[in-house]
Design a protein around this ligand. Sequence first.
Ligand code: HSE
Length: 436
Amino acid sequence: MTFKVGLLGLGTVGAGTVEILQNPAQRHSLLQDLVIHKVGVRSLDKLRNVTLPTDILTTDLESIVTDPEIDIVVEVIGGLEPARSLILKAIQHGKHVVTANKAAIARFGDEIFTAAAEAGVYVLLEAAVGGGIPVIEPLKQSLCANRLNTVIGIVNGTTNYILTRMQLEGGDFADILADAQNLGYAEADPTADIDGLDAADKIAILASLAFGGRIKLPEVHCEGIRHVSAVDIAYAEKLGFVIKLLAIAKRASATDELEVRVHPTLVPKTHPLASVNDVYNAILIEGDPIGQVMFFGRGAGAGPTASAVVSDVLNIAALLKVGHGDITADGKPLLDPLLACSHQHYCAIAPMEDLVTRFYARFLTKDYPGVIGKLGTCFGDHEVSLESVVQAGMRDDFAEIVVVTHDVREGNFRKALEEIRAMPAIAAVASVLRVL
Ligand code: HSE
């Protein structure tokens, strides 16, 4: 029994996928049952790293998703369109789908999974988050006995690379971004990575799986790393922290709501995520009764991402092999409930002003007696308790004061900041970052 695969896209991940499919030796024996039937590309003339019979290449991507012979469509073209339409058409034609497309899933998951349930097909997406790191399947299967409370990840390699270099070299964001672009570690248009949008897509997907409901992407609070400065990295270091772009999903303490957010965060040096550096990703999951588990590895690149793609293809092939044949009462193929997406409601997301967290803030103030007292009083008036206040030195003729709070309600902290900004002694609120 063989299973025919239609591949949409022959870029980095597509070529990595072909490489594995063409070299089954010493890998799982089920790989020998997979056949690359058609490969959709933008141009037939482009020079490529993989060799494929020319008659299986086509620029007609629609002919792949409608081909009656194809069992599994692998979508690795990325982007929103035509990826979304092709995935939906493949589903309508009864194909199982494997995708690496976090942007499409985070935005159109509702439409895609509703269509998949209707058609009785699987849509698997291990490669969409964390590249080669197995985290989607563990959330669906290996951890499914747990009540999951927290998912915290470093899920964007580009920003982790830039922050790591800023930490090690003391350099400024703009210089290191430019160098990372020259070295090919950051895209020419780095917006999706640098502004946290890529991480927001990924945490929306992880939160959906961990908490069993859909997530509206616009409700994910998203801040990137453009405003992280070498000065703050240096102060954080002195205080015992490193700065990381974290993607966080948690049950909010007092309600059934979830916190889902992406922002640069001061992470204690002793925390397991603090030592995840360079382009590496890691996802720390906490559940009851398992406690903490952390998944670490390469979050991008041809090999790691293709590893996740082909594993999904194999999972589907395995199900087909043992007989994806049982039928539900309404005549649809019965799906494995741990692999298919069964939830339909949207999770309620807590507003950021209700978040309870620690803050780091840096102020530039006039250097005269009583300024620290005024800051302390204002914070106190808004129930913001301070863990430490340090006058760190002088900068541009202003006193530089660094404050770390205890756990406080974000709304209260923001109100205090508004009042502080208006004080005649305050030249600038130079930075505000959350602390893990
Ligand atoms: N651009 C992403 C990153 C990789 O920098 O991690 C693909 O998700």
